[in-house]
Design a protein around this ligand. Structure first.
Ligand SMILES: [Zn+2]
Ligand SMILES: [Zn+2]
Length: 152
């Protein structure tokens, strides 16, 4: 069974059923992440939400992103010392990451298919989540690259 990305209204209903109410600002941040495929950084979320709530601070955006992550409705893709990107897709999935433009494409795949390797059972390891990213060139960057080589 392929899991689908949960929508904004599904996530909001889930939070409500757990007795969690979000302020309008936090709702807008959650909605933005649920409706974009961009996997934005906190700064990008801040810029976008700032158009609607000019008074919002970057600290509030960070706090909200952390809170939504703790609640399990969004995910953080942490890259060591580079800034994190945030993912409104809270189901298990893999990523295609373009190394030219940093575009991220979601690939929905159930973990039992992704990790069907006998090694794991052997180590008696309990898997809570996984992270799998393939790095390469997205279609737009591929055609830009072939355009460049055609011109030379
Ligand atoms: Zn690209
Ligand atoms: Zn994703």
């Amino acid at each position: 069974m392929m899991q689908q990305k949960r929508s904004y209204s599904q996530s909001l209903a889930d939070l409500k059923s757990r007795g969690i109410r979000l302020t309008p600002q936090r709702q807008v941040i959650l909605q933005f992440l649920k409706e974009t495929d961009e996997h934005p950084t906190a700064e990008q979320v801040y810029q976008k939400i700032g158009e609607q709530f000019p008074g919002i601070s970057l600290a509030t955006v960070y706090n909200t992103l952390n809170m939504l992550k703790e609640l399990g409705v969004i995910r953080e893709m942490s890259y060591g010392d580079m800034s994190s990107r945030y993912d409104g897709n809270d189901t298990e999935h893999a990523h295609l990451v373009c190394q030219s433009c940093n575009h991220v494409i979601d690939i929905m795949c159930p973990p039992q298919e992704m990790l069907a390797t006998p090694d794991i059972a052997q180590h008696n390891f309990k898997i809570h989540s996984y992270r799998l990213e393939y790095y390469g060139a997205c279609p737009a960057c591929q055609s830009a690259q072939s355009f460049k080589s055609d011109a030379s």
